[in-house]
Design a protein around this ligand. Sequence first.
Ligand SMILES: [Zn+2]
Ligand SMILES: [Zn+2]
Length: 346
Amino acid sequence: MRAVIIEKPYQASLIERPMPSITPNQVLVKVGAVGICASDVEVYEGTRPADYVRYPCQPGHEWSGTVVAIGDETTHLKVGDRVAVEGHHFCGKCYFCQRGQTNLCQHYNEFGFTLPGAYADYVAVRADLAHPFSTALPFEVAALTEPAACAGHGLLRANVRPGDNVVVIGPGTIGLLGVAWAKALGAERIIAVGVDRNNETFARSVGATDYITLADNAVNAIRDLTDGHGADVVFESAGNPQAVLLALDLVRRGGTVVQVGIAGGDHHIRLSPDLACLKDLRLHGVFAYTSAVFAETLRRIESGALNVRPLITHRLPLAQFADGLALLKHKPEPVVKVVIVDSDSG
Ligand SMILES: [Zn+2]
Ligand SMILES: [Zn+2]
């Protein structure tokens, strides 16, 4: 079978590899579609933290496909089932896994980083990580379950209620998926805040009712749009220190801030120690997603309630993976999600 191997940074090629074999608790999945993620670019360029990647690396963690073989212990799947696969290969036994916090597993292992991922024709996966979906859902849309689950993990905990207003700071891929989630959860006013208007059309296509740039004086603009109260929920996905401060400013008293963005490095911000008390805030950080959230995300995508389809901007065959990485890196044209999908998969 074919697979992309990143031997070491800046050395990637499509090669022939032996078909993976499966153990009794695994299934073999023929890849239908795999999304290209900014973290794949990090693996290619060698900028991902060393604890979270192992070279040579076979990338691909946002994907779906068809079960073509099952191990003896597998009961919930059969050959021919279409499945979306969780990225995190959590252990199921540690302190966190036992509590259902599979995203915090003490033994980090993830498809596409430390385990062979889906930039390939076939992948062997533990059966419990493979979630079946209907043939009515295209592979490329199901492949967005993984990144959508990251946004969902934050917004499901934020208890968005019908009629709420939600502000999304940083309308990149995760921010746009946050917009789609806010819409799915019944938010009435969904305000995206960006540094420029590049992603305005995409934001509106998945449910944003308003779009503001930082140049518009976001604080005043959002107070005007929310009867002076501020946002019920702020979803911060910009990943910079100023965005965190802006989120804390824009949220209303008694509201919720969800922080998904990673600013990186050793930035520091100055906060009043009384802020959370005086505003009666709830603050949620988001690290990936649990197994339960992944399953719920797939169900909502399948039902059509969570509309992620407009975010697929490019489709390429596996042989052109390098063009996909370059598209995401340089963005020579509007790009949100590039999906690798070969012509024989429907
Ligand atoms: Zn990703
Ligand atoms: Zn664990």
